[in-house]
Design a protein around this ligand. Structure first.
Ligand code: GLU
Length: 547
């Protein structure tokens, strides 16, 4: 058979560069021997989930702890799944979690020398290689229809045979030259298949960067490499792309492990040295006593939007994922509480070989801890960011006054002091916590424990004498001074010695004031709260609190 003529008939494109040219266009990268080149290669479906972030973090850490490159490639071979704006959304989502690409799609980077980074824009490269494989007799056209393929599959299933297009089932493998040209003349659509050289009798050892040595059976399937629309399959495109983008380490989900034999063979027939592969375990969760994969349908926590909307501190999510990625991260983090997680020596080889268990409680703990370590300004930026995206109009307006909120946060979160608040897991809780510092969000519940006359006297008396210039001790003396007017003990010792003699004590007076000013029986230091509110608002609240 004249293979050159056949290749030209099947891939008639003129002006295709010969495969060798691409070696020159995309030369080996100038990198240190251990520097890893990794990539995130999502389909532009618009849904970016925790698994992508987990994988992206492993890619990003592998590249950046070795002085390498992390790039973004868009695997858009399936046009039906493409969603507008999806690529920007991937970049934005990952940026939010502090993960940045060095190179790739939609990045205006001087490093962008290995593009285009969209597979659909790389059609010529793929076609040049398909043409070469056809010329070498390592690929062939297949005219089987969907119905024919289904019938074969049904037969194979009924006979308990391995399904697929291989050996005796690979009907078009043996088409004569005449039959092929006849089909072409008849305008029959065709795909191009690999003419597999492998046999399932042959086993080989493959070293996965995570799973270690695994035994792999050679591929014997004549997989499709070019679809009838002229666009390659994932198998073929990724082999070409990872070679010419000079990827050194492919980190991908273990669902790809079953196609590894195909990928090994493709690299071989294309004459490429395969990159290292690392197959990561799926994220699992406990559900009613059994472990199962996180599912898009059942688990809202799979979506990254969940974490943004809920207002988790982004670094906390990343640190949490680091604990899953490398089991010694947690210990390191405890020993180095102030260190940036990027200082940890991440290694792909340390990743778990079995299912990674997702645990929201643990994330909550890490988030609490991270939030409790923020400076007032960091806390302000974090809460404001959340309020701007997910808060109400009132929330947004509140964050306009940075100076005021910083004062509030210093008090409420205990920033810089000993009484650091450690129970805030999410931005929304933080934003709600400061609501009472704004009149338009102040929704008090006046649950006083004393009668009307007592409450009103306390509030009225205090309003008369309140001066924001008072320091804590003057302020407290004024609180004490009210006690005899309502039959309360002004000293705790007096009260404890003879509780029956009093209706209450000085701390009950403070509680009445606190309920009037904050709407709650417990709050941070009331004297400071009133000072932050200022005289006008503090006194207005004392008056409003009368019953
Ligand atoms: N486009 C593939 C996916 O989204 C990428 C797999 C890989 O990283 O090679 O699953």
């Amino acid at each position: 058979m004249d293979l050159k003529k056949l290749a030209a008939a099947l891939i008639p494109d003129t002006g295709l560069l010969p495969p060798e040219e691409y070696e020159k266009i995309y030369p080996e990268r100038d990198r240190a021997p251990k520097a890893e080149v990794t990539r995130l290669a999502p389909s532009p479906t618009g849904f970016i989930h925790l698994g992508n972030l987990y994988s992206a973090l492993a890619d990003e850490r592998s590249a950046h702890t070795t002085g390498g490159i992390f790039y973004l490639r868009i695997e858009d071979t399936d046009e039906k799944r493409r969603v507008d704006g999806a690529v920007e959304s991937v970049i934005r989502s990952l940026n939010y979690f502090g993960i940045n690409f060095d190179e790739g799609a939609e990045l205006n980077s001087p490093l962008n020398k290995y593009g285009p980074y969209y597979q659909r824009r790389r059609a010529e490269i793929y076609r040049s290689f398909v043409k070469r494989l056809l010329e070498q007799g390592l690929a062939y056209p297949c005219f089987c229809t969907e119905d024919e393929l289904n019938a074969v599959r049904e037969n194979q299933t009924a006979e308990k045979k391995t399904t697929g297009y291989y050996g005796e089932y690979a009907k078009c493998r043996n088409l004569s030259e005449e039959q092929i040209y006849e089909n072409l003349r008849a305008g029959k659509p065709f795909v191009i298949r690999l003419k597999s050289q492998g046999s399932i009798e042959n086993k080989m050892t493959f070293r996965d960067a995570i799973k270690g040595d695994i035994t792999v059976t050679e591929n014997d399937q004549d997989v499709v490499i070019l679809k009838s629309d002229g666009i390659p399959t994932y198998h073929f495109a990724h082999a070409i792309d990872d070679h010419f983008m000079r990827t050194t380490l492919v980190i991908r989900g273990e669902e790809w492990l079953s196609s590894l034999p195909v990928h090994i063979e493709l690299h071989k027939v294309l004459g490429f040295k395969p990159p290292r592969y690392a197959h990561t375990c799926s994220l699992m969760k406990m559900d009613g006593g059994t472990k199962r994969k996180l599912s898009k349908r059942k688990d809202p926590e799979l979506s990254l939007d969940f974490y943004r909307k809920a207002g988790y501190y982004p670094v906390a999510v990343v640190k949490y994922l680091m604990t899953i990625l490398n089991s010694d991260f947690e210990e390191w983090s405890l020993k180095n509480p102030d260190a940036d997680y990027r200082d940890f020596k991440f290694r792909i080889e340390k990743m778990s070989r079995s299912g990674a268990l997702f645990d929201l409680d643990k994330l909550n703990d890490i988030s609490k801890n991270e939030i409790s370590r923020l400076s007032a300004k960091q806390c302000f930026d974090f809460l404001k960011g959340w309020a701007e995206e997910f808060g109400t109009d009132k929330d947004k307006a509140h964050f306009a006054d940075e100076e005021y909120i910083i004062k509030v946060l210093e008090l409420v979160m205990g920033v810089g002091g000993k009484k650091r608040r450690k129970d805030i897991e999410r931005a929304e809780q933080g934003v709600r916590l400061i609501d009472y510092f704004f009149d338009d969000a102040f929704a008090p519940e006046y649950n006083y424990r004393f009668d009307k006359a007592t409450v009103n006297t306390v509030l009225e008396e205090f309003a008369k004498t309140y001066d924001p210039a008072d320091d804590n001790s003057v302020w407290f003396n004024k609180v004490k001074a009210i006690a005899p007017k309502v039959g309360f003990a002004s000293e705790m010792s007096e009260y404890k010695a003879n509780p029956e003699a009093y209706k209450g004590n000085v701390s009950d007076i403070a509680e009445i004031l606190r309920i009037a000013v904050t709407g709650m029986p417990n709050s941070p230091d009331l004297c400071t709260i009133m000072r932050i509110l200022g005289k006008g608002r503090a006194v207005a609240r004392l008056k409003k609190g009368m019953i």
